[in-house]
Design a binder for this molecule. Sequence first.
Ligand SMILES: [Zn+2]
Length: 226
Amino acid sequence: MGLGFLVFPELCPVCGRLLVKGERHICLGCLSDLPYSFFWNWRNNPAEFLLNELLPVEQAASLMLYRSESNWKSTVHQFKYYGNKGLGKFLSIMLAQKLLESGWSDKLDLVVPVPLHWYKEWTRGFNQAGVVAKVIAEKLNLPYEPYLITRKRFTFTQTKKDKEHRKKSVASAFTVKEKYSKLLSGKRVLLVDDVLTTGATASSCGKALLDFGALSISVVTLAFVE
Ligand SMILES: [Zn+2]
């Protein structure tokens, strides 16, 4: 006999209250207080401002805007570290709807997640950015390319050529797999991650995409942490 008949009680990740019938993932009280960023309707919003300091981006948006001590932090935490993919997808669908309704997503060609280090993906079992990116690609009806960006393996050779190369690609921990460079050429790429905090990871990925021929980079995340 399977365990499918067992229903485990689910708690609201924001207030900790037991969810009741008709509530999914987040209680209705908290849901009505969701700290929307409204970045999709806001040019030069804080996410764009932050990223543009590091790398020029076409546009950037997040579903939620909160401080690091906010209870809303646990939504991303539950999704990322406790494997609550249902919650992650639920928030991703909300984000996709905002991007569609506002016309934010009109000028995009391709959806790409920020890759997780292979060891983390192996231990966690999934890449949280990939879960968000896949939902967004489906809702926006855009191609989804989960393996386009890869993390560089650092080698510490000290040849002159190597040093010059390193200077040119400063602080870029990511690269694009050779076989994707044709596909990427001239594309307006939507880069997806779970959270935007310093912008360092997103801009590093964005730089790799631009280096390999992408026309422009847009960035979306579930949360922007103030
Ligand atoms: Zn709640």
